[in-house]
Write a protein that binds this ligand. Structure first.
Ligand code: HAM
Length: 424
């Protein structure tokens, strides 16, 4: 029987160096930026009870079509799902542990959505994000938006655009009810011009129709009533405070009255970051907003919340498009070539690594020529060469791989000397 020809599952990728090093560097940069604003990292499970994610909205694609769910082996079996995002998990954790508010957390990690893969859209992708739980102060909204904008800037991105909207407050008294009624009446009156899919969506949730990217729906959507005209007094005041805050710190934004976002939990502030360098529908590099009812929906106390998540894979594509955040060098400083059996390479590498100098070596007792080839490929600045002659005299040959110059160095002085050269 022929050996099976396994490949990474559809919509997933193997990420190798140097791209993996770049992805890690981006997450590290986010960690620095988040910590500078007083956020602590939360590491939550990659899977949760499916019910946690149902709260994202029974009419959202994420819940109806894109969940990776499964039963565990318990009795009775529990229905679990790989997380499609982290806001629901963070709210579940808040409801479970009741930390002291305001709770400011950041996170990073893989998310899973059973989507149709295309450029910038994967079934497993990485997000970084923050959430602030336990305050409805509009300045918290401003703080998180400024954090995201500052992060993009720290990567060197200059073209990311911020779209801002308010979805008003939900619940029976909320402004959303009046708006949804107006929107529904309008869409019903224009139903014949909508795509078949949007006609179905309209039955379940008229707001979701505004999310449609289908060209057939564009004209109807363009004429639809907008939420900002229906805001209740408190939501309107909240929205103007957010705008005033952004203006106070000089963060540019565009009001986008039809921005509804793809998840149902949003109230009041919603926003999205787009990278115009990425063509097509996949140019959203991040988004977020308020989710003031989500903790309660997950069994916790009434708790306001605001946050965002950014798509790491797409941000890296945006960096490519703008030619910024270069792929980092991920080789070593020194490559040790040992033609005396390998034990010297072992000892020299250990000493160098202990001194904080990145060192590598070849295996398998290969020829000088073969090992020098590896050294040149390693990206190292220096090769440390050890032959029988060097071994006898207690020395090594230190060769600069760039210009080919070399010198003999006492073995005992090597670490010191390389440390000095590296500092230059
Ligand atoms: P989201 O808009 O669903 O929001 O996702 C945020 C970002 O994740 C998107 O803007 C995009 O960059 C990236 N993303 C989403 N799906 C994919 C995919 N299939 N492939 C690649 N990248 C993707 C949320 O997830 C909310 N939890 C954000 C939030 C936090 N709201 C409040 N707090």
């Amino acid at each position: 029987m022929a050996a099976p020809n396994f490949r990474a599952p559809k919509g997933t990728r193997d990420i190798f160096p140097p791209e993996s090093t770049r992805l890690r560097a981006l997450i590290d940069e986010f960690a620095v930026v988040a910590a500078r604003s007083g956020f602590g990292e939360v590491i939550s499970p990659i899977f949760e009870d499916l019910g946690v994610f149902r709260r994202l909205g029974e009419s959202t694609d994420v819940v109806t079509k894109e969940m990776f769910d499964f039963f565990d082996k318990g009795t009775p079996p529990q229905r679990l799902a790989l997380r499609p995002e982290l806001t629901a998990s963070i709210c579940r954790a808040y409801a479970e542990h009741r930390p002291v508010p305001p709770w400011k957390v950041w996170y990073e990690g893989p998310q899973f959505r059973y989507e149709q893969p295309q450029a910038g859209r994967y079934r497993q992708f990485t997000q970084v994000g923050v959430e602030v739980l336990g305050t409805d102060d509009p300045q918290a909204d401003v703080d998180v938006i400024v954090l995201a904008a500052g992060f993009f800037e720290s990567l060197g991105l200059r073209q990311v655009e911020l779209a801002l909207n308010s979805l008003g407050s939900s619940g029976h008294q909320g402004s959303r009810v009046a708006y949804e009624q107006a929107l529904r009446s309008y869409l019903v009156a224009h139903a014949n011009d909508l795509s078949a899919q949007s006609q179905v969506t309209l039955e379940r949730n008229p707001l979701r129709v505004l999310d449609s990217k289908r060209s057939q729906d564009r004209e109807v959507i363009a004429g639809a009533p907008v939420m900002v005209d229906y805001l209740d007094a408190e939501s309107a005041a909240h929205f103007s405070a957010v705008r005033a805050g952004l203006e106070a710190v000089g963060v540019a934004y565009e009001i986008s009255p039809r921005l509804v976002r793809g998840l149902d939990y949003y109230t009041r502030t919603t926003f999205e970051f787009a990278a115009p360098g990425l063509t097509g529908a996949q140019n959203a590099v991040g988004g977020g907003g308020r989710f003031d009812g989500l903790v309660e929906a997950l069994g916790g106390p009434a708790t306001a919340g605001i946050g965002f998540a950014l798509g790491v894979d797409r941000i890296l594509l945006a960096c490519d498009a703008e030619g910024v955040f270069d792929t980092p060098f991920c080789g070593v400083d020194v490559f040790v070539v040992d033609v005396t059996g390998g034990t010297e390479a072992l000892k020299v590498c250990t000493d160098l690594r202990q001194a904080g100098i990145a060192a590598d070596r070849g295996y398998g007792g290969r020829s000088m020529k073969a090992q020098m080839k590896l050294a040149n490929r390693s990206g190292a600045d220096f090769a440390v060469i050890i032959g029988e002659d060097e071994l006898r005299s207690g020395e090594v040959t230190l060769r600069h791989l760039g210009d080919g110059t070399q010198q003999r160095v006492a073995r005992a002085a090597l670490v010191n000397q390389l440390g000095k050269k590296r500092a230059l």
